[in-house]
Design a protein around this ligand. Structure first.
Ligand code: BG6
Length: 484
């Protein structure tokens, strides 16, 4: 394979929250992979910054263990790992006080790209942003990276945007939604905008409905305290599913540039109609003989938080008026599977007679696992017996089609961190986008709270509550099966 890795400019990256879960699971193993791929220049440095009293060696040991535990088993060459660790140092710092800032400022090298990853609670964003300026280590080339949850409602998101805007320009703020870094999520744009095939059909005249499913097998054990204040709506729909909806529904941008793409996504969110409460199903997983219930995991026997949600929504614009979008996501379901299915309308006239049955084309885009696309086609059932029709899949699994290229593709965090260094914001959420998304979800959540709505129980390992099936059945449609 010809290497297409283009090294980024040398950088100083500071990870606030450098001992935390995200840093150990994703950020540092991701940087390690980019280092091995030759994308991180030798003269770059990574500085972990956190409250813990660790010395440099102690931090490197922590990261070594993290890479061994969470990194790719293929990438564990000791010498190379040692080389990578030589780029890492540590500062024990107080985000709200003065401790450590002088030491950090000494480490930052003038004239380079400085990226500050705020892998900490949003309550600290303002303190960090302010201190970076106070200590003279933020300039117009600096970037800050922040994670979801970006607020828990419109008001808090606005407040965070205001705090960041006091110290940084919008073009310096990189709000991560890791779904945008996934290879297949970007492929959605390639499929739509690099092929002429689908575009003429990509509208309410030809599309009956679109389904977006993000099904997970994991529960919320271990992060119940966070999740119980959030629920599937805030944790998944407001961000990841909303991004998928935008990419599948948006108008073609004039070019693949940060503002062009984000302007189009924003228009989709702004065109979303308020959701009818009867078009939403919330669920919570129940206990089994060997597994705890959601309420056990959340540590609250009366919790009303949803671990599952299914809803139907509409986009009010010329392209999509009349085409429903069905979204569903949940924990402890049958399988881990993320898929978008575009279901086209039936052919307008059946020349083969009623007995040949109704058939429609579908385009299923699998985001994970086994990334790929399946086009559902109708063909003649082979053999004698008249013109009987059957549906067959035209299946393309990207791993088969692309071989090792896709295996070697950077994972979401790797790609996004390198985009930060390249100064490319296309795959990051803009402040107005995040606010618009909260503006749509807030009234839905407020409605549940006002009505004291209790989520429907569902079995671990199922496809969610029965009512979620009914949401589709009532419309004469059905969800594509979540396959084990
Ligand atoms: C996170 C959510 O943003 O995304 C988690 O907080 C969820 O609850 C995760 O499990 C899903 O990400 P992925 O990449 O495993 O689909």
């Amino acid at each position: 394979m010809v290497s297409r890795v283009i090294p980024v400019e040398r950088f100083d990256l500071v990870i606030f929250g450098g001992t935390g879960d995200l840093a150990r699971r994703k950020i540092l193993p991701g940087l390690h992979r980019r280092y091995l791929a030759g994308q991180m220049p030798e003269d770059s440095q990574i500085i972990g910054a956190a409250r813990a009293d660790l010395d440099e060696q102690g931090y490197r040991d922590l990261i070594r263990d993290a890479i061994k535990e969470f990194g790719d088993p293929k990438d564990q060459d000791e010498t190379r790992l040692g080389d990578f660790l030589n780029h890492i140092s540590y500062v024990s710092i107080d985000a709200t006080g003065e401790k450590g800032w002088g030491t950090l400022a000494e480490k930052i090298r003038p004239g380079l790209i400085h990226a500050y990853y705020f892998s900490v609670g949003p309550g600290l964003f303002g303190d960090l942003a302010e201190r970076l300026h106070k200590h003279g280590i933020a300039d117009e080339r600096s970037r800050i990276v922040v994670e979801k949850p970006f607020g828990h409602d419109l008001e808090s998101a606005r407040a965070l945007n205001r705090v960041l805007a006091e110290h940084f320009d919008e073009c310096q703020v990189y709000r991560i939604d890791h779904y945008l870094g996934k290879e297949t999520v970007q492929n959605l744009m390639a499929v739509r905008f690099a092929n002429i095939l689908f575009e003429p059909l990509w509208n309410s005249q030809y599309v009956d409905h679109i389904q977006i499913t993000v099904s997970e097998t994991v529960g919320v054990g271990g992060r119940g305290a966070y999740y119980d204040k959030s629920g599937a709506m805030r944790d998944m729909v407001q961000n990841h599913l909303m991004q998928l909806l935008c990419l599948i529904a948006m108008e073609p941008p004039s070019r693949f540039g940060p503002d062009e793409v984000r302007d189009e996504k924003l228009k989709v969110i702004r065109a979303l109609e308020p959701v009818d409460p009867h078009h939403i199903v919330r669920g919570q997983y129940s206990a089994t003989a060997d597994e705890p219930s959601y309420r056990d995991d959340a540590g609250d026997p009366r919790s009303l938080t949803e671990s599952f949600i299914a809803l139907k929504c509409h986009i009010s614009n010329w392209r999509w008026s009349g085409t429903p979008f069905y979204l569903r996501t949940g924990k402890k379901l049958k399988a881990r599977e993320s898929e978008i299915v575009v279901v086209f309308k039936d052919a307008p006239h059946l020349i083969f007679g009623q007995e040949s049955g109704q058939h429609c084309n579908t385009l299923a885009i699998r985001l994970q696992p086994n990334e790929g696309m399946t086009l559902g086609m109708t063909i003649k059932d082979p053999g004698p017996g008249g013109m009987r029709l059957i549906d067959v899949p035209l299946d393309m699994t990207f791993a088969e089609a692309l071989g090792e290229d896709i295996d070697d593709a950077p994972d979401a965090y790797e790609r996004l961190i390198m985009d930060v260094m390249r100064g490319n914001q296309t795959l990051f959420m803009r402040g107005d986008e995040v606010e618009a998304a909260w503006g749509w979800t807030d009234p839905i959540i407020a409605g549940w709270q006002d009505r004291g709505e209790v989520p429907k129980p569902y079995d671990v390992g199922s496809s969610g509550p029965e009512d979620a099936m009914m949401l589709m059945h009532r419309d004469g449609r059905r969800w594509r099966e979540i396959k084990e």
